[in-house]
Structures are given as C-alpha cells and as structure tokens.
Ligand binder design. Structure first.
Ligand SMILES: Cc1ncc(COP(=O)(O)O)c(C=O)c1O
Length: 399
C-alpha cells in the first residue's frame, strides 16, 4: 500500500537500534544502553506527589485547555524571566504543547505548505528533517560540523552554510529550524550566533524555529543562550522549551512554544482543532515542577556532567579520543579510524554484538552523520564503567 507522507520515510533510527538491543537482551545479554536520549533519572518528587493528588480530583478528569491552563503558561513565562531575563506574555506569547516534538511538527503545518521550503541542519534530530515534509514542504539541509573536529565555533560554519543555502535556493526558504545545544552533534553556540541569526531572519523575512530542548544542559559554566534574548527576536522567532530533559519528565509530554505572538496564536488555533490539551493533573504537576523544583535542573546537570566526564575519560583510556561537549546530553563520537569504513550502522551493530553497548548510528540523523555514533548519557556511572571495560575488550584495533 502507498501511504501519503509515510511511504519513503526511512525507518526511525531508534526503532532499528531497539530491534538489535531487543535481540541481544532476548539472548540473555546485559546491554548497556546509550542508544536513546530517554532520561533515566526520576522526575521531581513534588511533581509526582502533585500528579497523584490532582488525579483524585474528578474535576481534573474532563477535557482541559488545549493551549494549556493559565497557571501553566504563567509558570513558563516566569521560567523565561528567571533563566533568560526575557519577558513573555502568558496570554499571547506561549502555548503548551504535548512535548517539543509534537509542537515542532504541528508548527510546521502552520508555517509551511507544498512549494515552501525550510532550512534544517544535517545531521539533526529526526523530526527536524521530517517535519517540513509532513507539511508538504521541502527541506534544504545545511551541514553542521562535529564541534570536536576543530577549535572553531561550530555556529560560524553553520551560519556561512545557511547564508550560501539561502542564496542558492531557487525558492527562498520561509523557515529555519535549528537547535542548540544540538542533538546529535552537541554543537553549542554563543549569543553572537543568535544575534546573527535573528538579523539574517529579519532581513530576509524568515521565521526561525529554535528547538531549545537542552536549554538547561550547559556544562562547565556554559549557559545556552535563548534566541529570545536577542532584541527584536520576537518579530520573527519562536522557541520550543520542554520539561523532558530539564526536569526529566520525558513521559509526561509537557512542552511549550514561546515567542512571536502571531505564530503562537496560529499554533493555538490549529491545536484547538487537534487536541484537548494534556491531562490536567499533568499540567498542574508541571506547574509545581517549574515553581517549586527550582534546584532540580542544576542537580540533574551535575549528574550528566559527571557521566560525561566518566565516559570521555574512559574512552580516552581505551584509545578513543572524543572532545568533551559543552552542552546537551550526548557524546558525538567519531568512529575510530580502524573501524571507519564500516559506517555507523555496522559499527553500532558491532558494538552491540561484541561489547553489549548500544549507541545510535550517526547515519540515522541524516547526511553527514555516518562517521559518528552517538552516546546518550542515560546510564549511571557503574554501568558506564562496565561499558568501557566491554569496549576495551571488543575494540582490539585501538592503540
Ligand atoms: C532536539 C530535540 N527536540 C525535542 C526532543 C523531544 O522533546 P519532547 O520530549 O519535549 O517532545 C528531543 C529529544 O531527544 C530533542 O533532542
């Protein structure tokens, strides 16, 4: 059968790896799983307690507001003030989404249609590359370099590529999707990059959608900038913020689109047709997480940073040199030279079969990803050490 917009999509990368993992586990092997960016740490206690309490109130069992209840939008606005000193009007400049992924996908429906195009970095989180296509639009990819490969600011090369892509495009793109700290490469940018991007978008009448999934995950004192910190950004930009990584609330599906009021209103309208909002107890618990678990993102960050250091040091000890990322929850590891010709899918398969270590093959994130595998920092320190021991035995060609 032929399916509109689905036939022709490559299999979702995480599904491929899950299949391999499941086979290994069915054979009784203990796979250390760095494959999927699915946080392992428990959500804040206050949120869990509030969810349970709110779930007992039958008033919360009815349909909720698809754009999010007022206090949830207010909590989000307060968070932007606290983190970025950005003023967000909770009435007009924020809409709740069912996670950033749903928000981004439906945002593309609002912004794009057949004949339109969007600029997207490659490699990228899969929905960034697929989302414009679901709206019938084309994707123009711009390479994003491995930040470990040179000392340059990865934003500079990406920005140059973006300008070239714009100039070369027969149909000028309406949208730029980007996301820093970046998944999978962990590339990070500074405020000057955001300023350049906003300036470019204003000049060429382009909308920038910045997926800020790793807003709270900057290491060693690095603070990822919000695009909305740039003056006039609200004229052409929207940003997605999510509780998935910042509060380890992946399964709860709470995200937000913030920024340009017209775009927020457009997504709000679409969503009023599509959904009735997240289950209200979840919204109430999300308010409590943002208002009361203020220390939680910092505690989480310390855990991810310790895991990052352990993995980077361990890889270096076995002869696999990878530069420590400044942000995100990923290590984008270049496949070591003696194994490079395998390509990322074969190499990821090799790591599962020979070392009981699951990673994501870089090719699953698009063009330019095939020379890397991605480790997600979702295993604790003991298991990370176990993985290093396993890889030391399996990777016999390393020095
Ligand atoms: C760049 C990026 N955006 C969005 C998401 C998913 O966010 P959510 O759980 O809020 O849909 C992820 C998760 O890995 C991601 O890496």
């Amino acid at each position: 059968m032929e399916f509109r917009r689905i036939t022709g999509l490559p299999p979702y990368v995480f599904a491929q790896i899950n299949g391999l993992k499941a086979e290994a586990r069915a054979a009784g092997r203990d796979v250390v799983d760095f494959g999927f960016g699915n946080p392992d740490l428990p959500s804040p206690d206050v949120a869990v307690a509030k969810l349970a309490e709110a779930a007992y109130n039958p008033k919360n069992h009815r349909y909720s507001a698809s754009r999010g209840i007022p206090n949830l939008r207010l909590a989000m606005a307060n968070r932007y003030k606290l983190l970025f000193d950005v003023d967000i009007d909770p009435e007009t400049e924020v809409v709740t989404t069912i996670g950033a992924k749903e928000g981004l996908t439906h945002l593309m429906w609002v912004l794009l249609g057949p004949g339109d195009s969007a600029i997207v970095p490659s490699p990228s989180y899969p929905i960034h590359l697929a989302g414009p296509g679901f709206a019938g639009a084309n994707v123009i990819t711009v390479p994003i370099a491995d930040p470990g490969a040179s000392d340059d600011n990865p934003g500079d090369a990406f920005f140059e590529g973006l300008v070239r892509a714009y100039e070369d495009a027969a149909v000028k793109p309406r949208v730029i999707i980007c996301s820093f700290p970046h998944n999978p490469t962990s590339a990070c940018v500074d405020f000057a990059f955001m300023e350049k991007l906003v300036g470019f978008a204003l000049e060429h009448d382009i909308i920038v959608c910045h997926d800020f999934a790793y807003a709270d995950l900057g290491f060693d004192g690095y603070r990822p900038p919000s695009i909305l910190q740039v003056p006039r950004a609200k004229e052409c930009c929207v940003e997605l913020y999510t509780l998935t990584k910042s509060f380890s609330m992946a399964g709860w599906r709470v995200g937000f689109l913030v920024g340009n009021a017209e775009i927020v209103a457009a997504l709000t309208k679409l969503k009023s047709y599509l959904d009735y909002g997240t289950f209200q107890p979840v919204q109430i618990a999300a308010i409590v997480a943002m208002n009361e678990a203020l220390d939680y993102p910092g505690q989480l960050l310390a855990i991810y940073q310790a895991r990052r250091d352990l993995l980077i040091d361990g890889l270096a000890r076995i002869g696999w040199d990878v530069k420590a990322p400044k942000g995100s929850m990923f290590i984008w590891a270049p496949i070591p030279e003696p194994y490079l010709e395998m390509g990322s899918l074969e190499f990821a398969r090799f790591l599962i079969e020979e070392a009981d270590v699951a990673t994501s093959p870089g090719v699953g994130f698009g063009e330019g990803g095939d020379a890397h595998v991605r480790f997600a920092l979702i295993e604790n320190e003991l298991r990370t050490q176990q993985a290093i021991r396993n890889m030391r035995k399996a990777l016999t060609k390393l020095g």
